[in-house]
Design a binder for this molecule. Structure first.
Ligand SMILES: *Cc1c(COP(=O)(O)O)cnc(C)c1O
Length: 369
């Protein structure tokens, strides 16, 4: 039996039909970019995240770049982040001309470590981009206190945390703004590229809407150098339909993660990440385990038809695009990069496939991995 990492073709029939109807409605409406569906989605997403406003943009990387621009962060400024993230987080910092500065992760969660990040703050530091990696939110009150104390911006990379909350405050509601990606594999995805900025700062949202559309304040009146980073009506219409399923999908992800945990808890040589006791603090974007030989494990699972991946095998500072310009060397990040593998955790994994997956995990010769 094949278990794919993502399996959109198996989306519930109700969802697939609703998406087709929504797309047809947009096509028939004759209005395709930044229109009523985008506005409707922006209000729905702001409300879901519990924030004052939302600006739809073209993707998650642009969302981060636009937030940095809104906060006037650029050349000469340093932005602290984690080496254990999608490289897009770092690219956004580079795109505004700022300098990425890395800090180590907490090995229990693979999230940015607060003590390590604090040690990297200098007079040039303008912001910390905190990534809610794998769907986890942790110690937000402490992060907010640290940034307030140091007078720097807390920016949330929420690309993996749709629906996550800590102390009742949603991802993106703690910092000056949060960046979401709706790439298909995210907890809330569209059928192409999409992204959003959420914030409690209404002025920031107004400015973000200006930047996403060539820096126009009014039509043909360009008050700053902007981008072309617009969300289109079909993606917004699809997102409105998929949003209705988000809580259900996150619930299913939590069930699957629990099943993995009970099967793997006492296996030799496997290390699980810390379990957050509050399900809303972890929306289980990925289920990551650490083993000695990740590639051997991926091969062994592939032999049983199971697709596993690695997030992320190379710390960002080691990416050759950076030409060694950013020197970092953090033990916890390096250890995680060389041991982490992600098991299939999509909401479409039905009970039969899940059972076969759990059996395959039971059959692995853990002493040899
Ligand atoms: C996916 C992702 C991004 C980038 O989003 P895109 O929509 O692909 O540009 C940024 N940060 C993290 C943590 C991500 O997982």
């Amino acid at each position: 039996m094949k278990v794919l990492f993502n399996d959109f073709a198996n989306d519930p029939i109700e969802l697939r039909e609703a998406q087709a109807r929504a797309a047809k409605e947009v096509i028939d409406s004759g209005w395709y970019v930044l229109g009523p569906k985008v506005e409707q989605f922006e209000s729905a997403w702001a409300q879901y995240c519990g924030v004052a406003g939302c600006a739809g943009v073209a993707n998650g990387m642009d969302a981060l770049e636009i937030i940095l621009r809104c906060r006037k962060i650029g050349p000469g400024d340093e932005v602290i982040t984690t080496g254990m993230t999608a490289f897009a987080t770092v690219l956004a910092i580079m795109r505004v001309g700022a300098t990425p500065v890395f800090a180590d992760i907490d090995p229990d969660t693979a999230l940015l470590d607060l003590v390590s990040a604090e040690a990297m703050i200098t007079s040039k530091t303008r912001a910390i981009i905190l990534v809610h990696l794998y769907g986890q939110m942790k110690h937000m009150r402490a992060w907010k206190a640290l940034c307030d104390l140091k007078g720097i911006d807390l920016i949330e990379d929420c690309a993996q945390a749709h629906g996550a909350k800590e102390e009742g405050i949603g991802a993106g509601g703690w910092g000056v703004a949060g960046a979401y990606s709706f790439y298909p594999t995210k907890n809330l995805g569209c059928i192409g590229d999409g992204g959003a900025i959420v914030s409690n700062d209404r002025d920031l949202i107004v400015r973000a809407k200006q930047i996403r559309n060539y820096g126009q304040a009014n039509r043909y009146e360009h008050v700053e150098f902007g981008l072309n980073s617009r969300l289109d009506e079909i993606q917004a219409a699809i997102l409105l339909e998929r949003l209705k399923f988000l809580d259900f999908f996150n619930f299913r992800r939590a069930n699957i993660a629990d099943a993995y945990r009970s099967t793997l808890e006492n296996k030799y040589g496997v290390r699980l990440l810390e379990r957050n006791p509050f399900s809303v603090c972890d929306v289980n974007h990925l289920f990551v385990i650490c083993v000695n030989s990740p590639d051997a494990m991926i091969k062994e699972l592939a032999a049983s038809g199971i697709q596993a991946l690695r997030h992320y095998p190379i710390p960002c500072w080691q990416q050759s695009a950076l030409n060694g310009s950013v020197k970092s060397d953090y033990l916890s990040t390096l250890t995680h990069a060389s041991s982490a593998i992600s098991l299939p955790l999509n909401y479409n994994l039905d009970d039969i496939r899940l059972a076969s997956m759990l059996r395959a995990l039971d059959d692995v010769n853990w002493y040899q991995i």
